[in-house]
Design a binder for this molecule. Structure first.
Ligand code: GLA
Length: 377
């Protein structure tokens, strides 16, 4: 199992119940053609609505209209492309969309996933019998998956209830959803980010805080009535991607990758931000507030090898100057060091700084820099 946040694509945000094997394979092919697989986006994840409405002989069955060749054949085809297949399940009696849940079928369903060569199980939290908490049920499925002998990542879609971050890591899960479902609108991105900025140390290597699938590039499209909204500006989508990258959230694309706009492609393929997200040490960032402006802040993340990632964010509706006094990140005036920064959006040098740095950030925008300390010349 890999220690860094999972990366991939999930069907829910754009395709809702309109999923089939053709979509899965076309998506995998598009991810390869777009260079996304080689950047680390490895999972193709089919969300809710892949199964028949009822079990057959006690077993989950893929809807034969959507998956005429069955799940094993699809997993084999995805693996042949150098990628991994994820499926969706639920710890309750039924999934959120009303398909069969795994409650009291955990070991059977885990074995089924392994037989189909599934690599990732998104496990939702709907329709639990009343009085039964989620902790026991996530422990059950985590143990059931581990007992199969196959490396299947458990993505606990738990929505941040029951103090999940206090116990989820000990179950063996690889990620945990920490908030309500995302929507394709800035208000939703901002609400999720503000919630998780208060809990920056919730995730850690092998068990990451999942802020939900990306809406980057949806631009108001898709058939999901729960996610579809007016969409966001590219500036907002870029900020969304930067926040998810800094906060070590899984990077799971939610738009249609078969038709990416150039701006969407540039956001999803930002190698610097992917590196920030996938850094091996997996450290949480910390937040430096901006005096007198509650809508602006700086995130600082220590990367492997002494490098620093700095993110300047402006949630306000007007452009903002976002200053950073370098003593606030630990650089003293008495040191002999300066901070050299490279602008990750402009892909150019930003210069060398000894005392202060300031980024001018558009409304709902971000600026991201990578750098490190060096001797003052
Ligand atoms: C819940 C989850 C979503 C999605 C739907 C599917 O709402 O949080 O991410 O999986 O269920 O029904």
């Amino acid at each position: 199992m890999k220690s860094t946040p999972p990366m991939g694509w999930n069907s829910w945000n754009t395709f809702y119940d309109q999923i089939d094997e053709k979509l899965a394979l076309e998506t995998a092919d598009a991810m390869i053609a777009e260079g996304l697989r080689d950047l680390g986006y490895e999972y193709v994840i089919l969300d809710d609505c892949w199964a028949l409405r009822e079990r057959v002989d006690g077993r989950l069955v893929p809807d034969p209209k959507k998956f005429p060749h069955g799940m094993k054949a699809l997993a084999d085809a995805v693996h042949a492309r150098g990628m991994k297949l994820g499926l969706y399940g639920c710890c309750g009696v039924r999934t959120c969309a009303g398909y069969p849940g795994s409650f009291d079928h955990e070991y059977q369903d885990a074995r089924q996933m392994a037989e189909w060569s599934i690599d990732y199980l998104k496990y939702d939290n709907c329709n639990r019998p009343s009085g039964i908490g989620s902790e026991l049920l996530y422990r059950r499925m985590a143990l059931a998956l581990r007992s199969t002998g196959r490396d299947i990542l458990l993505a606990a879609c738990q929505w941040g209830t029951e103090h999940v971050e206090n116990w989820i890591r000990s179950t063996g899960a690889g990620t945990f959803r920490s908030t309500v479902d995302i929507r394709d609108g800035w208000f939703s991105i901002e609400a999720i980010a503000r919630a998780r900025l208060e809990h920056l140390n919730g995730g850690a290597p092998f068990c990451h805080d999942d802020m939900d699938m990306l809406v980057v590039g949806m631009n108001g499209a898709g058939v999901n009535p729960e996610v579809r909204m007016t969409g966001c500006t590219d500036e907002e989508y870029r900020t969304h991607f930067a926040l998810w990258a800094f906060l070590n959230s899984p990077l799971v694309i939610g738009c249609d990758v078969r038709s990416l706009a150039p701006e969407t492609r540039a956001i999803l393929r930002n190698r610097d931000l992917i590196r920030v997200n996938q850094d091996a040490e997996g450290r949480a960032p910390y937040k430096v507030p901006v005096y007198g402006n509650d809508d602006a802040f700086v995130l600082v993340k220590a990367l492997t090898g002494g490098e620093l990632a700095l993110g300047f964010f402006n949630f306000g509706d007007a452009p903002a100057n976002v200053p950073l006094a370098l003593w606030d990140i630990g650089l003293t005036l008495s040191s002999t060091k300066v901070l050299r920064l490279r602008d990750c959006y402009a892909q150019s040098s930003a210069g060398v700084f000894g005392e202060h740095f300031m980024a001018t950030v558009p409304p709902h925008g971000s600026r991201v820099y990578l750098g490190g300390l060096e001797e003052r010349s």
